[in-house]
Design a protein around this ligand. Structure first.
Ligand code: ZN
Length: 176
């Protein structure tokens, strides 16, 4: 058995179970796991399938922030590399939302190159979602504000992967 395939399948199942009660904010209310699957797919394509830990981190990137899973759980089950990648893109939820958003812009240029790719993939998926199925109750200016904020975060992550940046820029071009 190919160990990388087994770990990837495990991560996909783990993410699906962990995010079971969660839905995307959009009117379509897609299962949340659609988002992490999209992020993992973007990362797999951007790295030509050569960085399985990064793809696994893509699947798991929201479990610490949004579910009962801890960084220690991830380290134990999927290893330190995956846990560290997830930690690099996990917000401190004890902080107010505005402060967390400000910190994402500030910290983006200083995270690892692989975490930057994860950030770009995450924001690409979020922008696509908002453009295709805007969150209920989000007026136009809030949607536009999210696009502008995502652009500012990704500004600090550029210069590493042209394919991923192209995907992000295409999503950004659909700013409402
Ligand atoms: Zn995400």
């Amino acid at each position: 058995m190919n160990a990388a395939v087994a770990r990837l399948a495990h991560a996909f199942h783990f993410a699906a179970v962990a995010h079971t009660p969660q839905r995307r904010k959009g009117a379509r209310g897609e299962p949340y796991v659609n988002h992490v699957a999209e992020v993992a797919h973007l990362l797999a394509e951007a790295t030509a399938g050569n960085d399985v830990d990064l793809v696994i981190a893509g699947l798991l990137h929201d479990v610490v922030e949004d579910t009962a899973t801890t960084a220690a759980d991830l380290a134990e089950i999927f290893g330190a590399d995956v846990a560290n990648l997830v930690a690099e893109v996990t917000d401190d939820k004890s902080l107010p939302k505005a402060e967390r958003k400000r910190r994402q812009i500030e910290s983006a240029p200083h995270i690892s190159d692989r975490a930057k790719l994860l950030k770009i993939a995450d924001k690409t998926s979020n922008l696509r979602s908002i453009a295709e199925s805007p969150p209920e109750g989000w007026p136009l200016d809030r949607q536009q504000g999210y696009f502008d904020w995502a652009r500012a975060v990704v500004e600090g992550c550029r210069g590493l992967n042209a394919a991923l940046e192209t995907a992000f820029d295409a999503a950004l071009a659909k700013r409402p």
